[in-house]
Design a protein around this ligand. Structure first.
Ligand SMILES: [Zn+2]
Length: 228
């Protein structure tokens, strides 16, 4: 009798698990079967256009290197959109795995990872920050800790219709370093993670805030690169 109850509970538990974690591994982009140990099918993986060089973002007295894994098109764009707007966290795992491969192959060294923050309002609306998801997954892949050391203090106004200069101005007062934990990052090398880089203004102001607060060096890593 007791065993039967246990068996029934186990069956129920296995059924739940099977629904949550389907045994068949399918590509989250095209739904075709994937090879064991892979997260994307070969066909989709072949379509990714990886970035071969980094970019430097400079303004006033600061310059930061930004690494991006791939161009924001095709499969990468689909992965970012599914992570950002459809809560498909498996896409975050895939992007962060590609990001980890990228930094390992280039031997980029740093002390810890942080991420581009959302404003409190945007965070409540979405329920999660896609850059934080990427940072946490990247932490699992690299063994480097994540430290939340940036804050978004004001909402970004609509960038549509603004020229380059005003886009930068629009973001210049949006981010600040978390000064309560400066002891943890003074003299450290920090990697800032974001999903997509477009003008570079967001990445620049985040990096500048940390540098001004005492970081030794700051690098930026994005899953994708758009426009620049
Ligand atoms: Zn596929």
């Amino acid at each position: 009798m007791g065993n039967e109850i246990i068996r029934n509970i186990k069956y129920l538990w296995d059924s739940i698990l099977e629904n949550v974690y389907p045994k068949e591994d399918k590509c989250p982009i095209c739904n075709s079967y994937i090879d064991e140990g892979e997260m994307l099918c070969r066909n989709c993986r072949c379509k990714i256009k990886f970035c071969k060089s980094n970019i430097k973002i400079s303004k006033s007295n600061y310059e930061f290197i930004c690494y991006s894994t791939a161009y924001y098109s095709d499969i990468i764009m689909e992965l970012v959109v599914k992570l950002k707007y459809k809560s498909e966290f498996i896409c975050g795992e895939i992007l962060s795995m590609l990001m980890a491969d990228y930094i390992k192959s280039r031997k980029i060294d740093f002390d810890f990872i942080t991420f581009v923050p959302l404003s409190d309002k945007s965070f409540k609306l979405r329920g999660y920050n896609q850059s934080e998801v990427l940072a946490k997954e990247l932490s699992k892949n690299t063994g480097k800790p994540v430290l939340k050391c940036l804050k978004k203090i004001s909402e970004t106004k609509d960038q549509i219709g603004l020229d380059e200069k005003n886009r930068w101005l629009n973001l210049s007062k949006c981010f600040c370093a978390n000064l309560k934990i400066t002891k943890k990052y003074i003299g450290k090398v920090i990697l800032i993670v974001d999903d997509v880089i477009t003008t570079g203004a967001t990445s620049f102001y985040c990096a500048e805030a940390l540098k001004k607060a005492g970081a030794k060096d700051v690098f930026i890593l994005t899953a994708a690169k758009s426009k620049i």
